[in-house]
Design a protein around this ligand. Structure first.
Ligand code: SF4
Length: 194
């Protein structure tokens, strides 16, 4: 469980989606972090790259309470971006809080490789409470139009046995939701909608 001070950690968030069916098994709360310096060619989310501007700065505790209030209607949370592990303290505190206070599963999608995560104490701490980490740079030459891996070089790093191959294979390729303001929200693999 995160401490009081950790729950005040600022987290620059690009967007959230309270109910998603295409960002991992089951119904999930999705948090897109704002900021990514990894510069993968062909990135689908360039609007998430700017780290100093864009999105909204929230506290870890605020986001966690929002998720926990809906926990009985969710299978889990998915953290994506942008690059979640470029705000490792926020991600670590959020995952610790969710893990301690609910049975929700945790998936982290990151451009860092497993080796890069394990070599860095802050990044390693950020995924300590994850069930699954999808790790590695997006490579457009190895692009996949399905599943949680945007390209085949990305690794499924199973940290627990919660999400197996069958559960991941059953994740829909994409979804379109209608936002509170009536706007259409796309998430998933774009090719699935072409
Ligand atoms: S890590 Fe993700 S958000 Fe960052 S450039 Fe690569 S694909 Fe885009």
């Amino acid at each position: 469980m995160a401490g009081v001070a950790e729950l005040t950690t600022p987290w620059r968030v690009h967007a959230v989606m309270p109910r998603s069916g295409a960002n991992g098994p089951g119904t999930r709360y999705v948090v897109w972090s704002q900021g990514c310096s990894l510069g993968c060619a062909g990135c689908f989310n360039p609007e998430t790259h700017e780290a100093a501007r864009g999105g909204v700065v929230r506290s870890v505790g605020e986001v966690a309470e929002e998720v926990l209030a809906a926990a009985d209607r969710l299978e889990g949370v998915t953290l994506t971006g942008g690059e979640p592990l470029e705000q490792p303290a926020a991600v670590a505190a959020f995952c610790a809080e969710v893990r301690a206070r609910s049975g929700l599963g945790v998936i982290v999608l990151t451009g860092f490789t497993r080796r890069e995560i394990e070599a860095d104490a802050a990044r390693a701490a950020a995924v300590a409470d994850a069930d699954l980490v999808v790790a590695g740079r997006f490579n457009p030459r190895l692009h996949l139009a399905s599943g949680l891996r945007g390209s085949s070089n990305k690794e499924h790093w199973h940290r627990t046995g919660r999400y197996g191959t069958a559960e991941l294979a059953a994740v829909p390729e994409a979804e379109i939701a209608i936002g509170d303001d009536g706007s259409l929200i796309f998430t998933g693999m774009r090719e699935a909608l072409r």
